[in-house]
Design a protein around this ligand. Sequence first.
Ligand code: CDP
Ligand code: MG
Length: 717
Amino acid sequence: MPEAYDPKKVYQQHSQESAAEDWEGYQMGKATLKYGSKNKKQRSDDYRFMFDFTVINNLDKQLPSEMLTEDKSRQKSAFQMLQEDRKTLPIYPYHHNLLQAIEDYQVLVIVGETGSGKTTQIPQYLHEAGYTKLGLKVGCTQPRRVAAMSVATRVSQEMGVKLGHEVGYSIRFEDCTSPHTVIKYMTDGMLLREIINEPNLASYSVIMVDEAHERTLSTDILLGLLKDLIKSRPDLKLIISSATLDAVKFSDYFDSAPIFKIPGRKYPVEIHYTTTPECDYIDAAIVTVLQIHATQPPGDILVFLTGQQEIETAEEILKHRMRGLGTKIAELITCPIYANLPAQLQTKIFDPVPDGARKVVLATNIAETSLTIDGIKYVIDSGFAKVKSYIPRTGMESLLVNSICKASALQRAGRAGRTGPGKCFRLLGIDDLANFDFIDPPPVESLIKALELLFALGALNKYGELTKTGRRMAEFPLDPMLSKVIVASDKYDCSNEIITIVAMLSVGNSIFYRPKDKKVHADNARMNFHLGNVGDHISLLRVYNSWRECNYSTQWCHENYIQVKSIKRARDIRDQLEGLLKRVEIENKSNPNDLDSLRKAITSGFFPHCARLQKNGSYLTVKHPQRAHIHPSSGLAQELPRWVVYHELVLTTKEYMRQSLFLSVDIWVGTEEFVIDGDYRRPVGVVLFNHSDIDFEVNHGDMIAQLILQKITTPEV
Ligand code: CDP
Ligand code: MG
């Protein structure tokens, strides 16, 4: 991998070289991509941190399958093999120094390449060193659910214990821990909720904030809170770990905490670029996969795409083309991986493939740093990622497909060189690469927005303290707006229907299935669930209820183009929400025919997402004027009501509103759900207020408020 990354330079160098360096590509299907490669001689330096460890790593690939059966002696040796593996990780030679540093300092920032062993090893070292004595726990946070689950699984194997016992994980809607758990992996959001219930984290001896470079809002809030908390818990150790070099920022924030660097180990990765930019990068990726499969030596392939839908499409096409090739070509096993993929399928990416076969992992940016998959030798980089980015102009967090930044491009390429020399194929045009830029959301601003939102929802009072509503909301592992919808349903006597809707919304955009060759059928099936001009939330309720009436039938799902896995997950979530209703003493009441009540409940959470119809058929959001369109698949696409509230604004080429809900203004003007702001009188009130409305100084009462307040008054991070 080049040390200093200058794509233009690399490209020019390449074009001066002879065509012998070119990899000709393999004629297959309709297209062949042509790649240029970089001069090999320049890379000798990259061998610096190379250890002789491939031999040991390969051993586990040679393990006979009966290793995993009841033969005791062999089982032991499989376990020993894992112990051997642990010792080959780059972090291992430093583990004594690392423990010493943790002992010496309360806060330590740790930086190390992805795959060096930070996530899996550090909590184990701490456990072995006695940090979990006296029933205390080591907690390790992850920005992503998938990472928390898969890492906990791996660590439980390395420790030879059952997952959920000594080693467990906790993610939204799923708690896989027990009273014996000493190493707990969890999403940062889950630790935030634990802090609400246990403000001094008394049951933890160490908290490791992992992947801190990802800088999600939860991570940022967590860091602010922990900064405060460690003052009253001098015995609590805090570790901030990051795969990139912005460690200095974290160190500064924690009063110049020391930085512990774990030297990386990298093999050279040849970078190949398409000679012209590829506009259809999915197709380009597929062609490249097949080219590699047909022409290149063994080694698995990792493809970076932007999201679930793209991954599913790519998987479908890839399987189709492989079938077309019949037995002429070795087996290719496709494994998708994205945040919403059910757990049992997620682990598939780690399974070794049969002899002679090759694995291709189709991933989102989740595989950049959060997950390490062994055996990857080829990386195909679309150059894009879907990122939740904060748009200061509108004050919204949106999912945007964006060119990835330079750091991500390097990181992705690096995935190919973990266990041996590799190759990375970049599909994006050179010009775009030159424009790479970091997306660095301004955390202070987003925190103010978060506070503003909580205030508007009635979760915080003007002193920044949690209100009764806020406390009830905090019980639900949901975004505040969704929690508010549930809490509000109490008042409208429709909690039974509302938890269904919320569960369906929580599954993400994957309820409806739309196969390429049956789009018309799928769209028609979907239309059947729409009810007049009410809105898509109600359609979701109708989908769920129809499924329930058919005894949760799988056949019914197939007939109606509903994703079985997704709707089953909605059922699980719904069950849990039902349990939580009891906890906050909301009666489970059904009011199925009163659509106004349902809409009112939804509106009391989603009023900040309100938009008004314009003359040209588009919508303008009220709070921070932004143009958007109702998606053609919405039940409101024909009706175009005057006012809508939307679930989420996904900005794509045309700024579509994904889930829209019709809202009749007349009913609600002046009611509690629509506070009309003094300065901006509008027919529909959306809480618009100044930060000066909230008295930041007065509060010392509540943890959440405090942490947000602290972040606001400490603008440096
Ligand atoms: O956190 P960091 O990126 O530094 O590394 P890690 O996640 O602790 O991974 C260290 C090693 O553990 C990887 O190289 C994999 O071999 C292995 N691992 C695994 O097999 N399965 C996982 N789910 C996670 C890690
Ligand atoms: Mg890690």
